[in-house]
Design a protein around this ligand. Structure first.
Ligand code: GLN
Length: 224
Protein backbone atom coordinates (compact mmCIF):
# COMPACT_ATOMS: atom_id res chain seq x y z
CA UNK A 1 0.00 0.00 0.00
CA UNK A 2 1.20 3.50 -0.81
CA UNK A 3 0.10 6.35 1.44
CA UNK A 4 -0.69 9.43 -0.62
CA UNK A 5 0.00 12.91 0.75
CA UNK A 6 -1.85 15.61 -1.20
CA UNK A 7 -0.93 19.29 -1.27
CA UNK A 8 -3.85 21.59 -2.03
CA UNK A 9 -2.78 23.54 -5.12
CA UNK A 10 -5.56 26.06 -5.67
CA UNK A 11 -3.29 28.95 -4.75
CA UNK A 12 -0.22 29.80 -2.65
CA UNK A 13 3.05 28.11 -1.65
CA UNK A 14 2.20 24.53 -2.60
CA UNK A 15 5.29 23.68 -4.69
CA UNK A 16 7.61 24.14 -1.72
CA UNK A 17 5.56 21.65 0.32
CA UNK A 18 5.68 19.12 -2.52
CA UNK A 19 9.48 19.52 -2.75
CA UNK A 20 9.94 19.12 1.00
CA UNK A 21 7.81 15.97 1.13
CA UNK A 22 9.66 14.58 -1.91
CA UNK A 23 13.00 15.24 -0.21
CA UNK A 24 11.80 13.42 2.94
CA UNK A 25 10.71 10.44 0.85
CA UNK A 26 14.04 10.27 -1.00
CA UNK A 27 16.20 10.73 2.10
CA UNK A 28 14.25 8.72 4.66
CA UNK A 29 12.37 6.07 2.74
CA UNK A 30 14.28 3.25 4.41
CA UNK A 31 13.14 4.51 7.80
CA UNK A 32 9.47 4.96 6.89
CA UNK A 33 7.34 1.91 7.53
CA UNK A 34 5.15 2.48 4.48
CA UNK A 35 5.68 3.63 0.94
CA UNK A 36 4.70 7.28 0.48
CA UNK A 37 3.92 9.49 -2.49
CA UNK A 38 2.98 13.16 -2.88
CA UNK A 39 0.56 14.74 -5.38
CA UNK A 40 -0.93 18.18 -5.98
CA UNK A 41 -4.69 18.51 -5.48
CA UNK A 42 -6.90 20.75 -7.59
CA UNK A 43 -10.07 18.69 -7.94
CA UNK A 44 -12.17 16.03 -6.26
CA UNK A 45 -10.67 13.25 -8.35
CA UNK A 46 -7.20 13.99 -6.97
CA UNK A 47 -8.54 14.55 -3.45
CA UNK A 48 -10.13 11.09 -3.31
CA UNK A 49 -6.67 9.52 -3.87
CA UNK A 50 -5.27 11.18 -0.73
CA UNK A 51 -4.79 9.87 2.80
CA UNK A 52 -3.37 13.16 4.05
CA UNK A 53 -3.72 16.75 2.90
CA UNK A 54 -1.46 19.77 3.37
CA UNK A 55 -3.19 23.14 2.97
CA UNK A 56 -0.44 25.65 2.18
CA UNK A 57 0.14 29.30 2.91
CA UNK A 58 -1.08 31.93 0.51
CA UNK A 59 -4.17 34.08 0.78
CA UNK A 60 -6.96 32.37 2.66
CA UNK A 61 -9.77 34.51 1.23
CA UNK A 62 -8.66 33.75 -2.33
CA UNK A 63 -8.22 30.05 -1.53
CA UNK A 64 -11.72 29.87 -0.10
CA UNK A 65 -13.25 31.74 -3.06
CA UNK A 66 -11.53 29.45 -5.58
CA UNK A 67 -12.70 26.36 -3.66
CA UNK A 68 -16.28 27.63 -3.74
CA UNK A 69 -16.13 28.68 -7.38
CA UNK A 70 -14.67 25.37 -8.56
CA UNK A 71 -17.15 23.37 -6.47
CA UNK A 72 -14.40 21.80 -4.34
CA UNK A 73 -15.53 23.31 -1.04
CA UNK A 74 -17.95 20.51 -0.09
CA UNK A 75 -15.43 17.77 -0.91
CA UNK A 76 -12.71 19.55 1.05
CA UNK A 77 -15.07 20.03 3.98
CA UNK A 78 -15.94 16.33 4.02
CA UNK A 79 -12.28 15.31 3.63
CA UNK A 80 -10.91 17.39 6.51
CA UNK A 81 -13.77 16.33 8.82
CA UNK A 82 -13.00 12.64 8.24
CA UNK A 83 -11.07 11.54 11.38
CA UNK A 84 -9.15 8.90 9.37
CA UNK A 85 -7.49 11.63 7.29
CA UNK A 86 -4.39 13.57 8.31
CA UNK A 87 -4.43 17.34 7.80
CA UNK A 88 -1.74 20.01 8.08
CA UNK A 89 -2.51 23.69 7.52
CA UNK A 90 0.27 26.29 7.27
CA UNK A 91 -0.46 30.02 7.62
CA UNK A 92 -3.39 30.69 5.25
CA UNK A 93 -4.12 26.95 5.61
CA UNK A 94 -4.44 27.40 9.38
CA UNK A 95 -6.89 30.28 8.83
CA UNK A 96 -8.89 28.26 6.31
CA UNK A 97 -9.25 25.35 8.75
CA UNK A 98 -10.34 27.39 11.76
CA UNK A 99 -13.78 27.65 13.30
CA UNK A 100 -13.54 31.26 14.39
CA UNK A 101 -11.77 34.37 13.04
CA UNK A 102 -11.47 37.43 15.25
CA UNK A 103 -10.93 39.80 12.29
CA UNK A 104 -11.13 40.00 8.47
CA UNK A 105 -13.75 37.26 8.28
CA UNK A 106 -15.70 38.77 5.37
CA UNK A 107 -15.77 36.69 2.17
CA UNK A 108 -13.97 33.82 3.84
CA UNK A 109 -15.94 30.63 4.29
CA UNK A 110 -13.65 28.43 6.39
CA UNK A 111 -13.66 24.64 6.61
CA UNK A 112 -14.88 25.00 10.21
CA UNK A 113 -12.64 22.28 11.63
CA UNK A 114 -10.07 23.62 14.07
CA UNK A 115 -11.54 24.56 17.44
CA UNK A 116 -9.66 27.81 17.89
CA UNK A 117 -10.09 31.54 17.36
CA UNK A 118 -7.56 33.02 14.95
CA UNK A 119 -6.40 36.55 14.27
CA UNK A 120 -5.27 37.19 10.69
CA UNK A 121 -2.17 39.31 10.04
CA UNK A 122 -1.55 39.34 13.77
CA UNK A 123 1.85 41.00 13.64
CA UNK A 124 0.47 44.14 11.97
CA UNK A 125 1.99 46.15 9.18
CA UNK A 126 5.29 46.85 10.92
CA UNK A 127 6.63 43.32 10.89
CA UNK A 128 4.80 41.49 8.15
CA UNK A 129 7.56 39.02 7.57
CA UNK A 130 10.41 37.58 9.63
CA UNK A 131 12.39 34.41 10.19
CA UNK A 132 12.96 33.39 13.80
CA UNK A 133 15.10 30.55 15.03
CA UNK A 134 12.76 28.53 17.25
CA UNK A 135 13.37 25.73 19.73
CA UNK A 136 10.81 23.04 18.86
CA UNK A 137 12.59 20.31 20.79
CA UNK A 138 9.68 19.96 23.24
CA UNK A 139 7.74 18.26 20.43
CA UNK A 140 10.29 17.51 17.66
CA UNK A 141 13.26 15.55 19.07
CA UNK A 142 16.53 17.54 18.99
CA UNK A 143 15.01 20.29 16.80
CA UNK A 144 16.12 23.30 18.82
CA UNK A 145 17.16 25.66 16.01
CA UNK A 146 14.46 25.63 13.35
CA UNK A 147 14.21 28.67 11.04
CA UNK A 148 10.50 29.51 11.18
CA UNK A 149 9.41 32.06 8.57
CA UNK A 150 6.35 34.18 9.34
CA UNK A 151 4.72 36.07 6.42
CA UNK A 152 1.72 38.22 7.30
CA UNK A 153 1.10 35.45 9.75
CA UNK A 154 -2.00 34.66 11.77
CA UNK A 155 -1.90 33.54 15.39
CA UNK A 156 -4.22 31.37 17.42
CA UNK A 157 -5.51 33.74 20.09
CA UNK A 158 -7.71 31.30 21.89
CA UNK A 159 -8.25 27.56 22.08
CA UNK A 160 -12.01 26.90 22.07
CA UNK A 161 -11.78 23.24 23.06
CA UNK A 162 -8.75 22.42 25.25
CA UNK A 163 -9.76 18.74 25.34
CA UNK A 164 -9.11 18.40 21.62
CA UNK A 165 -6.59 21.12 20.86
CA UNK A 166 -3.08 21.00 22.25
CA UNK A 167 -0.77 24.01 22.01
CA UNK A 168 2.64 22.97 20.65
CA UNK A 169 4.41 26.31 20.54
CA UNK A 170 3.79 29.94 21.36
CA UNK A 171 5.92 33.04 20.95
CA UNK A 172 6.73 35.37 23.82
CA UNK A 173 4.56 38.47 24.07
CA UNK A 174 1.00 39.31 22.99
CA UNK A 175 -0.70 40.28 19.73
CA UNK A 176 -2.44 43.61 18.94
CA UNK A 177 -5.51 42.41 20.87
CA UNK A 178 -3.39 41.58 23.92
CA UNK A 179 -3.90 37.86 23.27
CA UNK A 180 -1.45 34.96 23.22
CA UNK A 181 0.72 34.22 20.21
CA UNK A 182 0.08 30.51 19.64
CA UNK A 183 1.80 29.54 16.38
CA UNK A 184 1.69 25.73 16.36
CA UNK A 185 -1.03 23.40 17.61
CA UNK A 186 -2.60 20.03 17.01
CA UNK A 187 -6.18 18.84 17.27
CA UNK A 188 -6.61 15.19 18.27
CA UNK A 189 -3.90 13.07 16.66
CA UNK A 190 -4.58 13.88 13.03
CA UNK A 191 -4.67 17.66 12.58
CA UNK A 192 -1.61 19.92 12.70
CA UNK A 193 -1.48 23.68 12.16
CA UNK A 194 1.42 26.14 12.02
CA UNK A 195 1.18 29.86 11.42
CA UNK A 196 4.71 29.89 9.98
CA UNK A 197 6.12 28.25 6.82
CA UNK A 198 8.32 25.17 7.42
CA UNK A 199 8.33 24.58 3.65
CA UNK A 200 10.40 27.77 3.25
CA UNK A 201 13.23 26.44 5.41
CA UNK A 202 15.72 25.82 2.64
CA UNK A 203 17.05 22.26 2.53
CA UNK A 204 15.66 21.72 6.02
CA UNK A 205 13.00 19.02 6.06
CA UNK A 206 13.00 18.28 9.79
CA UNK A 207 9.49 19.66 10.27
CA UNK A 208 8.05 17.72 7.33
CA UNK A 209 9.84 14.56 8.42
CA UNK A 210 8.31 14.91 11.89
CA UNK A 211 4.84 15.48 10.35
CA UNK A 212 5.22 12.29 8.30
CA UNK A 213 6.43 10.20 11.25
CA UNK A 214 4.10 11.59 13.93
CA UNK A 215 0.91 12.07 11.94
CA UNK A 216 0.93 10.37 8.54
CA UNK A 217 2.58 7.10 9.56
CA UNK A 218 0.66 6.87 12.85
CA UNK A 219 -2.78 7.41 11.33
CA UNK A 220 -5.27 4.51 11.23
CA UNK A 221 -4.99 4.24 7.43
CA UNK A 222 -1.35 3.22 7.72
CA UNK A 223 -2.31 0.26 9.88
CA UNK A 224 -0.41 1.26 13.04
N1 GLN B 1 1.63 33.64 4.38
C1 GLN B 1 0.34 33.50 4.47
O1 GLN B 1 -0.21 32.42 4.24
C2 GLN B 1 -0.41 34.75 4.81
C3 GLN B 1 -1.84 34.50 5.19
C4 GLN B 1 -2.64 35.72 4.86
N2 GLN B 1 -2.33 36.80 5.76
C5 GLN B 1 -4.13 35.37 4.93
O2 GLN B 1 -4.84 35.99 5.66
O3 GLN B 1 -4.57 34.47 4.27
Amino acid sequence: MTIVIGVLALQGAFIEHVQHVEKCIVENKDQYKEKLSVITVRDDNQLTKCDALIIPGGESTTMSLIAQRTGLYDDLHAFVHDPRKVIWGTCAGLIYLSQQLSNEAELLRTLDLLKVSVMRNAFGRQAQSSTRICDFSSFIPYCDDFPATFIRAPVIEEVLDPEEVQVLYKLDGKDNNGQELIVAAKQNDNILVTSFHPELAENDVRFHDWFIREFVLKAPMSGF
